[in-house]
Design a binder for this molecule. Structure first.
Ligand SMILES: [Zn+2]
Ligand SMILES: [Zn+2]
Length: 262
């Protein structure tokens, strides 16, 4: 068994759940610990049954509730050493015995989940996405990506399930109220992934084993769930793929998604 649920996903905060027969992990704690606990409770999961939290990078939308969650429920947290070093205020509130390090491109295990962190281009210390393997299945999580490259594509190939960033629509970003410097950062090579590139990536991967894709980490100001979905769906269908052969959805910023069995 390999299950996935997006508890919260968006520029306002991220936390994702992956569950196997004997393990449950969260990727990021980017909303309050209380909100994460509520989302887990709504799925009849006790927060203290979480086996580990993996952290992609130190930006607040990924670590806001981390220190409280880790301390309250005594859960081990895993990240790169550079990520921990660049969020001193949070790391200092976490008991040393809960801190665990991984290296990019080196596999490690949590129960029956095998995890491979891979590098992503983003303006953080040492940010990563994850391939997670269990039960002969592969799922991938990739958000906060400034641009798509062949290295990431290779990591995503062969995934049955993918949560991929679809952060902004190029035209909406141009017109939104963000200052110019923020617009440049978002659309820059170490910012975020556009709907167009996310759509092309998913379209390519659907021809390489992907069955279910969820668009995530949408911007509140420069995107709309319907627009992200229709951009991806139009791109996929224009590539001749049959709508009945795959599942596409958009993760909500405010509510848990349905539990997806991979
Ligand atoms: Zn970020
Ligand atoms: Zn983010």
């Amino acid at each position: 068994m390999l299950n996935f649920c997006s508890l919260y996903s968006g520029s306002s905060g991220n936390s994702l759940l992956v569950e196997s027969d004997n393990s449950k992990i969260l990727i990021d704690c980017g909303v309050s610990s209380k909100k994460i606990e509520q989302a887990l409770n709504s799925m009849s999961i006790n927060a203290s049954s979480i086996d580990a939290v993996l952290v992609t990078h130190e930006h607040v939308d990924h670590v806001k509730g981390l220190a409280t969650f880790i301390s309250k429920f005594d859960v081990p947290v895993f990240s790169t050493i550079e990520t921990f070093d660049n969020m001193e205020k949070i790391t200092s509130k976490i008991p040393e015995s809960n801190l665990n390090y991984f290296k990019i491109d080196e596999k490690f295990s949590i129960g029956d989940l095998e995890i491979l962190p891979f590098a992503i281009p983003h303006d953080a210390a040492n940010p990563c996405g994850f391939n997670i393997f269990s039960d002969n299945k592969k799922l991938s999580i990739a958000t906060d990506i400034g641009h798509m490259n062949s290295g990431i594509l290779k990591k995503l190939e062969g995934s049955s399930f993918l949560l991929l960033e679809s952060n902004y629509d190029t035209e909406v970003l141009k017109c939104c109220s963000y200052p110019f410097s923020l617009k440049s950062r978002i659309s820059g090579p170490t910012g975020h992934l556009s709907n167009d590139i996310a759509s092309k990536t998913i379209s390519y991967l659907l021809k390489n084993g992907l069955k279910t894709a969820m668009l995530g980490h949408l911007s509140k100001e420069s995107n709309f769930p319907e627009l992200a979905y229709s951009t991806a769906m139009n791109e996929i269908l224009s590539n001749g793929l049959d709508e009945k052969t795959f599942n596409l959805s958009v993760a909500s910023r405010d509510f848990p998604s349905k539990l997806i069995t991979i």
